[in-house]
Design a protein. Structure first.
Length: 157
């Protein structure tokens, strides 16, 4: 919405596009342009479905045993159900995948940081060399004779 500037006043129009940035990233078509069935899917749904399927494959000896076809049917049903359940959840401004990547990056980077792709080494502090103290801190040597100050006395004759 643009408002005409008032007479004699230079006005800058500022627009905020925060709502446009909040749209989730979606995966809806294949490379050849055909639509995915049940789509579009958020990145969170795809990552969660693949993760559950891979974790179920690795742990199949623990929960499986009903036959190969039955095990994979159960595993696929659970992974797809979790993927569709994530469609209706709200995670705030950041999706969990981006948050997880940020946390992993936080813990894998060196404490001192990076510069030009290399980890910075902390420079060890060195002790300063012993130097002579400033002259005003050194006490003057005491002399053996006391110093006498004399006053000039004027005599009026």
């Amino acid at each position: 919405m643009t408002h005409p500037p008032e007479a004699g006043v230079d006005a800058d129009v500022v627009r905020f596009h925060t709502r446009g940035v909040r749209f989730p990233r979606l995966i809806g078509k294949t490379a050849d342009g055909t639509r995915l069935p049940g789509g579009p899917y958020t990145i969170t749904q795809v990552v969660a479905t693949v993760t559950v399927f891979i974790a179920g494959q690795w742990t199949r000896p623990l929960w499986g045993g009903n036959g190969l076809a039955t095990d994979y049917l159960i595993l696929t049903a659970v992974a797809v159900a979790i993927g569709f359940a994530l469609r209706h959840t709200s995670f705030g401004p950041r999706d969990p995948v981006t948050t997880a990547i940020a946390v992993v990056t936080l813990y894998l980077t060196p404490r001192s940081g990076r510069r030009n792709g290399r980890a910075l080494r902390a420079i060890r502090p060195t002790r300063p060399r012993r130097a002579a103290p400033p002259r005003w801190l050194v006490p003057e040597p005491a002399s053996a004779e006391p110093t006498v100050t004399s006053r000039a006395v004027s005599v009026d004759a």
